[in-house]
Design a protein around this ligand. Structure first.
Ligand code: FAD
Length: 516
């Protein structure tokens, strides 16, 4: 009985923890969460380095979250899963600044002002700009119908629900922008935050662009105390119900008996442990779950679609400790998106073939977190795993001097890029450390370090692999591949997963609890 639980969750990202909390708090279930990393939280985890007694903290996958205003459903769910113990700090307005070779465009934290500034800059395209805001609403509305169609058991009603605005939602972002706008600079500005969904305009579905852009229209929020406060405030609810959240437990396989998922196996250095439960829920993504954790003889219609060459983007992130506050450069905590041109697809293509920085995202965690004790900066640029594949068989911290030399070279390029746009920043740097797609794979388990999973192209929305319910009885997905990328997307994935497990009525039950 010691190894028997009501549910087992593989992975402690926001998706995995949310599923565990919903089952624990609402259904009083005993849930076991198994996490391969020594830190709990998946991409919401934080890490620290000490230099000369000074402690620097960085988040990994939480730079800003939209739709967190008090009273919104997403905020209510977040408050519920964190025992209403978390505070959120609203970011400076503007929250994002887009920097192009000859235009600097700050995005105000209000859709009316955003629209007004766009029209003032591109007056000839006023009508199309206004239509764009209406189309964002239509396309993201389609996503809600798409999700409802998956939750509703009657197939033809589901199909009808996702008919309206489907062609708009599933056109590519580039197709949409080319059909509406003339000025290349305007098109570029509108999709400046494509890095938030990891797919450049020619490949991304307009629906993902719309969801992400809309989520930041009223500004953005950051967790007070840093990203680690998310997991810290979720684990107690799981434990109160008799469950456990265990780190350093890499699941090696899902145990199948009579075509049902009945448990998982964790291999440690010198032993093998088995845990059993009525339901197994995986936050490890579709690729890991279906290809790495299930036996090959399990029939999956979509197995052929889950190829590693289709996996999405990864990043190089330079974590920087600063001797003093970056406020001296006039920065108030806003994110900076810096581009070397106006063609996002071309910049992305160039970055595949060259290490010269084409675009970068710079964020200042310490200016967003009122409890931060020392100042930090993160510089992120997008990259491909294959640039690092020659070290794929090496181990963390033992990848060799050529890897370290390559990392040093990349770090310098990122620092010089930042210095060009924030003159003087290099003078206040105390510490820096680069994470690559190999680090991402090591710490988060995502194959090829592709932390957004498979790219949000129009095809993704027709692929049955990305769904809370799997073809294997008692096996469910949660997180990104059950919902959508991003912290809120993965959290909503957990809600869909719970509704699939417990039936449509559970949606009302969860909403009632969330609204109490
Ligand atoms: C650089 C970067 C910046 C980002 N910025 C933002 C942002 O500003 N705002 C935003 O909303 N989102 C952002 N994101 C994305 C966001 O963090 C993720 O989309 C979201 O947290 C994913 O949650 P998840 O639960 O689906 O997966 P994860 O958080 O990746 O969790 C999956 C967990 O499963 C574990 N696991 C995998 N395999 C196994 C196994 N076999 N056994 C046990 N455990 C296993 C992993 O270790 C991991 O902990 C960013 C991501 C990155 C990388």
């Amino acid at each position: 009985m010691e190894n028997h639980y009501d549910a087992i969750v593989i992975g402690s990202g926001i998706g995995g923890l949310t599923t565990a909390v919903l089952l624990s708090k609402i259904y009083k279930q005993k849930v076991l969460v198994l996490e391969q990393h020594f830190e709990i939280g998946g991409q919401t985890h934080e890490f620290m380095r000490v230099k000369d007694g000074k402690k620097y903290h960085w988040d990994v996958g939480v730079h800003y979250i939209g739709d967190m205003k008090k009273g919104l459903l997403t905020r209510k769910i977040f408050d519920f899963i964190t025992d209403r113990k978390m505070e959120w700090e609203k970011m400076a307005d503007p929250h994002d600044i887009f920097i192009y070779p000859d235009i600097k465009f700050p995005q105000p934290s209000n859709p009316k002002s955003f629209q007004r500034d766009l029209i003032n800059t591109f007056p000839a395209e006023e009508i199309s700009i206004k239509q764009y805001f209406r189309d964002l609403k239509k396309a993201s509305g389609w996503f809600q119908s798409f999700i409802m169609s998956k939750l509703i058991p009657i197939k033809f009603i589901g199909e009808l629900m996702k008919y309206k605005n489907k062609s708009l939602a599933l056109s590519t972002t580039k197709e949409y922008l080319d059909s509406r706008f003339k000025d290349q600079r305007l098109k570029a500005i509108l999709c400046s935050i494509w890095g938030d969904y990891g797919v450049p305009p020619s490949e991304s579905a307009f629906v993902i662009h719309s969801i992400v852009v809309r989520s930041y229209l009223y500004g953005a929020y950051y967790p007070v105390g840093g990203a680690s406060s998310i997991a810290k405030n979720m684990v107690p609810a799981i434990e109160r119900s008799g469950g456990k959240v265990l780190g350093r437990k890499k699941v090696n396989r899902i145990i199948i008996e009579n075509n049902r998922a009945v448990g998982v196996e964790v291999n440690t250095k010198d032993s093998s442990e088995q845990y059993f439960a009525e339901r197994i829920i995986s936050d490890a993504g579709a690729y890991n779950t279906f290809i790495n954790l299930l036996p090959e003889n399990i029939k999956l219609q979509f197995r052929g679609d889950l190829k590693t060459d289709k996996l999405g983007i990864s990043s190089n992130t330079l974590y920087v400790g600063l001797k003093e506050s970056p406020e001296k450069f006039g920065i108030k905590g806003e994110n900076m998106w810096i581009f070397t041109g106006y063609d996002h697809d071309k910049m992305y293509e160039n970055s595949k073939n060259s290490d010269d920085i084409q675009l970068a995202f710079i964020s200042f965690p310490s200016l967003k977190n009122p409890l931060a004790k020392s100042h930090t900066m993160e510089i992120i640029s997008f990259t491909q795993y294959n640039k690092f594949s020659k070290w794929s068989d090496t181990k963390w911290l033992k990848r060799g001097s050529d890897y370290e030399a390559y990392k040093n070279d990349l770090s310098l390029k990122l620092l010089n890029f930042a210095e060009k746009h924030i003159p003087g920043i290099k003078d206040i740097i105390d510490y820096h450390e680069l994470s690559t797609p190999l680090s991402m794979k090591h710490f988060t388990g995502w194959e090829k370090g592709s932390f957004y999973s498979y790219p949000a192209t129009p095809d993704r929305f027709n692929n049955k692999a990305f769904s809370a319910k799997t073809p294997v009885k008692n096996l469910y997905l949660t997180g990104t591949d059950a919902g959508m990328l991003g912290v809120l997307g993965a959290m909503m994935g957990a809600l869909f997963s719970t509704v699939k497990m417990k039936g449509l009525r559970s949606f009302m039950k969860i909403m009632k609890k969330v609204n109490e």
